[in-house]
Write a protein that binds this ligand. Structure first.
Ligand code: 5GP
Length: 208
């Protein structure tokens, strides 16, 4: 059985990664979603084990020390991290998994998973991004200012990614991501070595 594909959806704060990911979960039920651990407090309506694993700083440090996290990052005063075992298990079962994480973590995953597919979610414009961060209305002014300056720096990391998807309209953004997933499954390299190993030698010879 071939391994699943690891997709990483990242992009600046406020671009709508969470919303797009939630819509993707509804549209593509076969795609597995990685639930992160975090030290931040739950927002209204968020549930432990569904949106995040909400953990104390002490518990989070223990996860770091025991190498239970594939990556972790500190973001605006809180820790966020991806539980490693679930990702490994899902991929080895031949299922695709998607991580919705901020840019520092995405770069760390890129170093570990060369076969991963990295998608950068873009705002339609910088102004629109500012509106979205302010409009969320759940954070203090200091946190908003901090998120804005982080978001502008994050936009400069686009060149590390394989794909850029503009989040102008959620359904369209989901359709584009769905097309990327289909295209990745059709890549020649995934067939060579994995499904038809005997073709690898023939193709190598053709390239000489
Ligand atoms: P929020 O607090 O708004 O839910 O998330 C803040 C940021 O943390 C978002 O950009 C989100 O994508 C990111 N994030 C969520 N989970 C993880 C994770 O496991 N690792 C990293 N590096 N970032 C994460």
């Amino acid at each position: 059985m071939s391994r699943g594909i690891l997709f990483v959806l990242s992009g600046p704060s406020g671009v709508g990664k969470g919303t797009v990911c939630a819509a993707l979960r509804r549209k593509l039920p076969q795609l597995i979603y990685s639930v992160s651990a975090t030290t931040r407090s739950p927002r209204e309506g968020e549930q432990d084990g569904v949106n995040y694993f909400f953990r104390s700083r002490e518990q989070f440090h223990h996860m770091i020390e025991t190498d239970a996290l594939l990556e972790h990052a500190e973001y605006v005063g809180n820790y966020y991290g991806t539980p490693r075992d679930f990702v490994e298990k899902t991929l080895s079962e031949g299922k695709d998994i998607i991580l919705e994480i901020e840019v520092q973590g995405a770069l760390k995953v890129r170093e570990k998973f060369s076969g991963g597919v990295f998608i950068f979610l873009m705002p339609p414009s910088l102004n629109e991004l500012k509106q979205r961060i302010v409009g969320r209305g759940t954070e203090s002014q200091a946190t908003i200012d901090n998120r804005l300056s982080v978001a502008v720096e994050e936009m400069n990391l686009l060149h590390h990614y394989d794909y850029a998807v503009v989040n102008d309209e959620i359904d369209q953004a989901c359709d584009r991501i769905s097309s990327i997933i289909t295209a990745e499954h059709c890549k020649r390299e995934r067939f060579l070595g994995e499904l038809f190993p005997q073709l690898e030698a023939v193709n190598a010879a053709d390239n000489v």
